[in-house]
Design a binder for this molecule. Structure first.
Ligand SMILES: *Cc1c(COP(=O)(O)O)cnc(C)c1O
Length: 361
């Protein structure tokens, strides 16, 4: 075996020993999926597909260059105007993905000599952005406003700029951050807030023109397509066009992909029952399972050990349900879990059968 392969083999063996080995699997069409983020059921919607197909014929398969080089497709302008409106912001900017948006925006806002305060549970791509920025990173206990306040009071004065990172809906826990409280603290301590709404359902959002608040999200979950965005003030967006390296040095999102996302956004607003159904499915599941009320369409059931989570997912797979066993490093050590994602496409009966399968195992 070559030195390279021996190195890889040794690392994989170590992951297997910890029940952390992962592999790419083809989805089982015959199972009901509770492990995808197509929360509004729009990825296969005929209108979303038609919008993408029309744009594919009009603009071609790819963006052909960075948006700053080739010229920015008119498809982006329409999508960005719709996103800005949806987020209650002055302007928006589309990136190639939510990951690219995070690793572009964070280093554009802070760097060496600055401070990042990140919720303990923020997504890996916010932390990757933080690392790229070169700023000092401190973590506050999940959703602990006391801890955040202490860090702002004691640490913030030692730095030039300060950026707080959080998520509106936490991806693996399904709970929500108190965004207005965080923004209030931030403004009192001359800090800024970046909130990642990757798991948001694009419900009407009136209270979002908070100063010093940057909103970020993805087009790849509730909108069923692909891409990322940032929304905020016009001057912020103009600044990011000039400084976000993942926008400047990466080819633009294929315009047809953006057109599908735009159609999906319009449907999300015109058909509010979709978000309501995803949420009521989660509520039903929690009440059938005796869990505390769901805060979103994402419901975790924490089993602690990796092996337990894997075995539970396998049992449910055998019963006809695809559920994700989420293990470290995606979640903290000893918090392996089943992550149930409810969507507008699940019927009441699907949810009842899922709960029945869990009770009988
Ligand atoms: C999924 C996710 C992302 C990444 O978005 P992509 O568009 O899939 O790259 C970013 N942040 C959070 C919180 C996520 O859950």
């Amino acid at each position: 075996m070559s030195g390279l392969d021996a190195f890889c083999q040794q690392k994989l063996d170590a992951l297997r020993a910890k029940a952390q080995f992962r592999e790419l699997k083809t989805p089982h069409a015959s199972r009901i999926s509770f492990c995808n983020n197509d929360y509004l059921g729009l990825s296969a919607d005929a209108r979303v597909i038609a919008a993408g197909r029309d744009a594919l014929e009009k603009y071609g398969a790819g963006a052909r260059a960075s948006r700053l080089v080739e010229g920015s497709s008119e498809a982006y302008a329409a999508l960005e105007a719709a996103l800005a409106k949806a987020k209650g912001a002055e302007a928006a900017l589309v990136f190639g993905s939510g990951y690219l948006a995070n690793i572009g925006v964070v280093p554009a806002l802070v760097g060496r000599g600055d401070l990042i305060l990140a919720d303990r549970l923020v997504h890996a791509c916010m932390l990757d952005g933080a690392r790229l920025s070169g700023a000092d990173v401190m973590r506050f206990s999940h959703n602990s406003m006391e801890h955040l306040h202490t860090l702002l009071r004691d640490e913030r004065p030692n730095y030039a700029r300060c950026l707080i990172l959080t998520e509106t809906i936490f991806s693996m826990d399904g709970d929500r951050a108190p965004i207005e409280t965080i923004c209030g603290f931030a403004n009192a301590h001359h800090a800024w807030v970046l909130s990642d709404d990757a798991h948001g359902l694009y419900q009407p959002n009136p209270e979002s023109r908070i100063p010093n608040h940057v909103q970020l999200g993805t087009l790849s979950k509730a909108l069923g397509s692909y891409g990322g965005y940032v929304a905020g003030s016009r001057v912020l967006i103009d600044y990011l066009v000039n400084t976000a390296r993942s926008l400047i040095f990466s080819t633009g999102l294929p315009p047809a992909v953006g057109a599908s996302a735009h159609a999906a956004l319009e449907i999300a607003h015109a058909e509010p029952w979709r978000a309501e159904k995803a949420l009521s499915n989660a509520q039903l599941f929690c009440s059938l399972m005796g869990l505390k009320a769901a805060e979103s369409q994402i419901v975790p059931v924490i089993l602690e050990e990796n092996e337990k989570a894997l075995a539970a997912a396998q049992t449910l797979a055998d019963a006809g349900f695809s559920v994700a066993a989420i293990r470290p490093p995606t979640v903290p050590a000893n918090t392996a879990r089943l992550r149930f994602a409810f969507t507008a496409e699940h019927t009441t009966e699907d949810v009842q059968r899922l709960a029945g399968a869990i009770h009988s195992r």
